[in-house]
Design a protein around this ligand. Structure first.
Ligand code: SF4
Length: 144
């Protein structure tokens, strides 16, 4: 197998700017297990998510977004800071950014993604093993 271009590691530390939680329409995939965790976190007795926060896409589910492109669970603090209101139970997709296959395909893909994320190429260095662990992760719930 060819050596991965990021074998020397990559730098990333999230600054919590909220930029990846907004923008053009997209999908934030959530599994049934994750929906259950979010519902529990929100103290929803029936285990469902609040109306309008979830949509079905084929056989899968995605969180919805507001008309301005913000994730439905992105909140603005009185100081104007954007924060994730379900951070402790955020979906795998949010946890594994930016170490996604599509960003790791090539240095160019990584650089393109970094244009929208100020945390990439900054801060902590993640070694190859750590990156691969995140890239291949299938669930965060098993870690609990
Ligand atoms: S865009 Fe990058 S730095 Fe900003 S919140 Fe998302 S992951 Fe963090």
């Amino acid at each position: 197998m060819a050596e991965k271009w990021y074998k020397g590691g990559l730098r990333f530390t999230c600054t919590q700017c909220g930029n990846c939680c907004t923008g053009p329409p997209g999908y934030v995939w959530v599994t049934r297990e994750e929906i259950g965790k979010i519902a529990e976190f929100l103290e929803r007795k029936d285990g469902s998510l609040p109306e309008g926060t979830l949509r079905r896409v084929g056989f899968r589910y995605s969180l919805t977004e507001r008309s301005n492109g913000d994730c439905v669970f992105l909140m603005t603090t009185p100081e104007g800071k954007k924060i994730c209101s379900i951070y402790p139970v955020r979906p795998l997709q949010c946890r594994t950014w930016p170490f996604w296959n599509q960003n790791l395909r090539s240095p160019r893909d990584w650089a393109e993604a970094a244009e929208r994320c100020e945390g990439m190429n900054n801060g902590e260095t993640h070694n190859f093993v750590a990156i691969e662990k995140v890239r291949l992760k299938k669930s965060w719930i098993e870690d609990e």
